[in-house]
Design a protein around this ligand. Structure first.
Ligand code: ZN
Length: 178
């Protein structure tokens, strides 16, 4: 498959796999909006030079949220894409708080490409917190922003552009809470 065909297939599968999933914010946007935003961020930051990274960004929540397996991703897009998605997937058998703690602890040890997905994911989530806030308490939203900052502290050094976009999104999310 060539690059354009792979990308078209990844968009199609992501939209089907996440068809019934919506964002947590009050606008309840279809989940593909988040996946497309993360993909756009990662792809712009790498000038479209890393097709596997672009596809992995599009599929980054497929294992965690849509019960797709690494083997399914590998069969469609190859081992490199599957490995990247696995690298940014939380272990859902662990309790929520433990998964959140592990993200902070493990992100510094991830590959540069996984860090780019992490940076873009957190940027998208914080933009969403500001634009379409979920029905959470002030304290929970504030903790979410500060947790995102702690995860991203371990993902710095891979893209000046993505870091600047994250910093702007975090500042905007904090302003929106005041
Ligand atoms: Zn995500």
């Amino acid at each position: 498959m060539n690059t354009v065909a792979s990308l078209a297939k990844a968009y199609s599968l992501a939209s089907v796999w996440h068809a019934r999933q919506r964002r947590k914010g009050k606008a309840r946007e279809p989940y593909i909006v988040h996946l497309a935003e993360v993909t756009d961020l990662v792809t712009s930051a790498t000038a479209g030079r890393d097709i596997d990274l672009t596809i992995a960004a599009l599929l980054h929540d497929a294992i965690e949220d849509a019960k797709i397996t690494g083997a399914q991703i590998e069969a469609e897009f190859g081992g490199d894409v599957a490995q990247l998605v696995l690298e940014v997937t939380d272990d859902k058998s662990l309790p929520y708080a433990e998964r959140k703690r592990l993200q902070v602890e493990t992100t510094p040890h991830k590959s540069a490409r996984a860090k780019m997905i992490k940076l873009s994911d957190k940027t998208s989530n914080l933009r969403s917190l500001a634009k379409s806030p979920p029905p959470w308490s002030f304290e929970r939203k504030l903790e979410y922003v500060s947790w995102s900052r702690r995860v991203v502290a371990g993902a710095r050094g891979v893209s000046v552009e993505l870091e600047a976009l994250f910093d702007a999104a975090a500042a905007e999310a904090e302003r929106s809470l005041c």
